[in-house]
Every structure is written in C-alpha cells, then in structure tokens.
Ligand binder design. Structure first.
Ligand SMILES: [Zn+2]
Length: 93
C-alpha cells in the first residue's frame, strides 16, 4: 500500500488543517528493565510445578503506522493505517 509523502490534515497542536510530512514509523529499542518486560520474563521462568507462561504470541500481520510531522509547529502525530495486514506500507515520493 502506498501513502503520500505530503498530506494536508488536522494538527491538534495548531488546531487547524496544516501540511504534514509523512514517514514510516519504526519501533524504538525495548527497555530490558521496563516493568512489563520484567513481568513477562518472570512469567516465562515459571515456578516449580507451575506451568511456565506462554512465549510471545505471534500475530498474523502487523499494524502499519506513519509519523506525520506538522510543517508549522514541527510536532509529530502517529497514525495507524488500516488494521493488521501482511502488506507493506510505503511512502510515495
Ligand atoms: Zn501544528
């Protein structure tokens, strides 16, 4: 699926329609000491007779996100494009 590199859309900071630059969203590095991560690891470890927790669930597709940067205030908003899909999202030049 293709997404335009420049779109006019609502900016919640400027409170009006402005021009936005689009780029693909990429996930940041996960923190190993994050509360949820520690909890997940604890669950995987298990305890004596208890059944160890399930490993990470594999979903069929990924949610595609774009980051839109406002040309006026330079603030960014994230937007999910569609739902879970195996198709790749690309920015149309
Ligand atoms: Zn703005």
């Amino acid at each position: 699926m293709k997404y335009p590199a420049k779109i006019n859309t609502y900016c919640p900071f400027c409170r009006k329609q402005t021009s936005h630059k689009a780029r693909l969203y990429s996930k940041g590095k996960a923190r190993s000491m994050a509360w949820g991560q520690l909890k997940h690891e604890r669950k995987l470890k298990g305890y004596k007779g208890k059944v160890a927790g399930e490993k990470t669930v594999k979903k069929q597709g990924k949610r595609n996100k774009v980051v839109l940067e406002c040309a006026v205030c330079k603030k960014k908003i994230e937007r999910t494009i569609g739902t879970r899909t195996r198709k790749k999202l690309e920015i149309k030049a």
